[in-house]
Design a protein around this ligand. Structure first.
Ligand code: ADP
Ligand code: MG
Length: 475
């Protein structure tokens, strides 16, 4: 029997707000445990939540970036369960009436462009953290994270392989980064994925029983966990068994799945509207303004780079990898550099230098205008390519303008024939052996002789003119 996987994902994204969703505590990762807590997020009696408008704005922005329909009225509900890191005994979330529904994400999958429908995107608060490795044989609870604003993005079961799921997540993260709604830091748990998977016989339209994999904190982990779970389910089905609906925990270290609990149904959570919070009602203008302020999203920007600048799809993809690099590139072009050279300089020497210096565009001292100036000086022959890279490194270290650095350091290309002739004559005198071998027919020695002239000129001679003069002199 051959089976095909069906995969749907639930992605929790932490909004990059300064404060928690229902109280004024700061959202900080890695601080002293339980140092950002108050009666509201501790669930003390009588404490009342109030909704943080900043979080709502970011959630609306998130949903719009995913092309969702925003509902002007959504309802806060309590999802009731017990866990030590959930002090109130319920999580405030949205259930029957979520903030947004019916979105779509297009991504580059292993078999070309793929499309995933977004079923819903709703707001909710995060729980605290249970820490199992802090004291021996005990668990401690840190509630700093409790009440952090999240958006949960739920896809339709539109993905058909682990590699596809991963490609979708890459595209989703890219959109969230462009929309600037979350730091998307997976190590710190700002983006967490639950993966649902079932198998069905190839071509069948009905869905099989699914399992849900939790606790995956990397995209490669999602892919691996899904592969393992698909193999397990296929084995069960091949032997005529049935897949139990259950929740599995991914152990990244061991590369193993463990059964966590048999899957609960939503009615087990006894959802009901939170009596402490009025429904979330949005002004239509807030949605419209947010929509208008949404930046150009990654695929559109990449396509525009191909269209407007005549870049290859690969180059456009590299340059639009981050908003910062796309902006930088466009600023270089805006400062009058030719697009293809700008792309080559940004992706090549500039990137290499930043890597070497352990910098990124935020700290890098070579601003777009300076790079454009340098490109112009290379194009008009003022400096050689090699010297230009030196200039780049100097500007990165000390700042300043490329033109000034070239002057100060004498890095301009020498194209004055009188000067070039002098260097050429000196080399001809100094290398009689090579000269006579060249004249005897070893034409490849021209490279060596040009190199000698370059050395004499400390790299400033124009190599093409040197070549021409040498060839003429040695006939
Ligand atoms: P639950 O009630 O168990 O949370 P939902 O219907 O709400 O299930 O769906 C949760 C996620 O699981 C969604 O992303 C959805 O696309 C996915 N999903 C639902 N049914 C299946 C299935 N049979 N196989 C794979 N994924 C599924
Ligand atoms: Mg669910």
């Amino acid at each position: 029997m051959s089976w095909e996987p069906v995969i749907g994902l639930e992605v929790h994204v932490q909004m990059r707000t300064e404060r928690k969703l229902f109280c004024g505590n700061q959202v900080v990762f890695g601080d002293e445990p339980n140092s950002h807590v108050c009666p509201v997020c501790l669930g003390l009696p009588g404490a009342l939540p109030t909704t943080n408008p900043e979080a709502v704005k970011l959630a609306v922005r998130t949903a719009l970036a995913l092309d969702c329909t925003i509902h002007l009225t959504s309802v806060w509900e309590r999802k009731n369960y017990f866990y030590p890191d959930l002090p109130k005994g319920y999580q405030i979330t949205q259930f029957e009436m979520p903030l947004a529904t019916d979105g779509v994400v297009i991504y580059d999958g292993p078999e070309g462009e793929g499309l995933v429908r977004i079923r819903r995107a709703h707001m909710e608060e995060d729980a605290g953290k249970s820490i199992h490795d802090r004291i021996p044989r005990g668990t401690v609870v840190d509630l700093n994270r409790a009440g952090t604003p999240l958006v949960e993005i739920v896809t339709e079961p539109d993905l058909c392989s682990p590699a596809d799921a991963r490609a979708f997540l890459v595209a989703l993260k890219h959109i969230l980064e462009y929309a600037d709604v979350s730091d998307c830091n997976m190590e710190e748990g700002s983006l967490r994925v639950d993966a649902n998977v079932s198998l069905r016989s190839v071509g069948a339209s009905e869905l099989g029983a699914k399992t849900e994999i939790k606790n995956v904190n990397s995209f490669s982990g999602v892919e691996r966990a899904l592969e393992i779970e698909i193999a397990r389910q296929a084995e069960v089905l091949d032997h005529g068994g049935t897949v139990d609906q259950e929740t599995l925990l991914w152990d990244d270290h061991m590369g193993q799945l463990r059964s966590m609990r048999s899957k609960e149904d939503s009615h087990d959570y006894r959802y009901f509207p939170d009596p402490d919070l009025p429904p979330l009602v949005l002004e239509p203008s807030l949605v419209e303004v947010t929509r208008q302020c949404l930046p150009e999203l990654p695929r559109l920007r990449r396509d525009r780079f191909i269209q407007d600048y005549g870049l290859s799809s690969y180059d456009a993809g590299v340059l639009t990898h981050t908003v910062a690099s796309a902006n930088y590139f466009e600023a270089v072009v805006g400062a009058s550099a030719e697009a293809k050279s700008a792309a080559n300089w940004v992706m090549g020497p500039l990137q290499a230098l930043m890597n070497e210096r352990g910098e990124d565009l935020e700290t890098f001292r070579v601003r777009a205008r300076a790079l454009a100036e340098l490109i112009e000086l290379v194009t008009d022959g003022t400096v050689s390519d090699t010297a230009a890279k030196k200039v780049l490194a100097i500007v990165a270290e000390d700042g300043g303008s490329p033109r000034a650095v070239i002057e100060e350091q004498g890095l301009a290309q020498v194209r004055d024939d009188v000067q070039l002739e002098q260097w050429v004559q000196a080399v001809i005198e100094a290398q009689p052996d090579e000269v006579s071998r060249y004249q005897g027919g070893e034409k490849r020695l021209i490279g060596f002789l040009v190199g000698q002239v370059m050395r004499r000129s400390s790299g400033t001679a124009d190599p093409r003119r040197v070549n021409a003069i040498l060839t003429k002199e040695l006939i």
